[in-house]
Design a protein around this ligand. Structure first.
Ligand code: VGL
Ligand code: ZN
Length: 213
């Protein structure tokens, strides 16, 4: 099969057990993206993944703030932080990638959320750009100028990753059938798509992907 041009990469965001049905922070219908991603992967030469990779004492976990519950908002080091259930703790099976995902062609995995004092929705930076995962420099060094973004969850890590990609100067495309939203509020996924479109991110279904090959 013909693969897409070499200046283009696929970024798979946080396709991990804890974001899939049965996981600690399960994204509704998150598993439906797995066959879509399997098919997309065959068409890219350059694939990278991000991995939510928290310390057990991470400040985004409600369990680490006595008296709070997931979904509540707190101040974490001067930033507004939504509290989550304990998820994607380093070395746990919840943080692992599903075995059905073919990792053999991934060029690199960028871990994020390792600093307990700040969350890291984007695959590029900690929130408020307090830290840098190295993904941006890596892609530039590889000669990448265009990225397709897919994974979980649309209204958090996928959105922030795509927005940062765009702001770093990459032509950025979001694959709408290869992502699903948490939807803490029912319209969050839809709002995320609108925010991305307003920022100049092209949103397309993977069936229209061949137009870019
Ligand atoms: C995510 C909430 C907390 C995500 C990660 O991958 O979208 N969401 N940590
Ligand atoms: Zn997380």
């Amino acid at each position: 099969m013909k693969t897409i041009s070499s200046d283009t990469a696929l970024i798979l965001v946080d396709v991990q057990h804890d974001f899939l049905p049965g996981g600690a922070l399960a994204v509704p219908q998150g598993d439906e993206i797995l066959p879509v991603i399997a098919s997309l992967q065959t068409q890219f030469d350059h694939i990278v993944a991000t991995q939510d990779w928290h310390t057990a004492d991470h400040g985004s976990f409600a369990a680490n703030h006595p008296g709070t519950r997931p979904g509540q908002q707190i101040d974490l080091g001067g930033l507004s932080q939504i509290l989550w259930p304990v998820h994607c703790v380093q070395g746990t099976s919840g943080a692992d990638f599903p075995s059905t995902l073919d990792r053999s062609r991934w060029k690199a995995v960028f871990q994020k959320g390792k600093n307990p004092l700040v969350d890291s929705y984007s695959g590029f930076f900690d929130n408020a750009r307090r830290g840098d995962t190295g993904l941006g420099d890596y892609l530039k060094q590889q000669g990448i100028r265009r990225v397709f973004v897919a994974g979980l969850a649309l209204d958090y890590c996928v959105k922030f990753t795509a927005m940062d990609a765009k702001s770093l100067g990459f032509e950025t495309l979001l694959l709408t059938d290869a992502t699903r939203a948490v939807n803490l509020q029912p319209e969050d996924g839809q709002r995320a798509l609108e925010e991305m479109k307003a920022a100049g991110i092209h949103c397309l279904e993977s069936k229209d992907f061949t137009k870019y090959v």
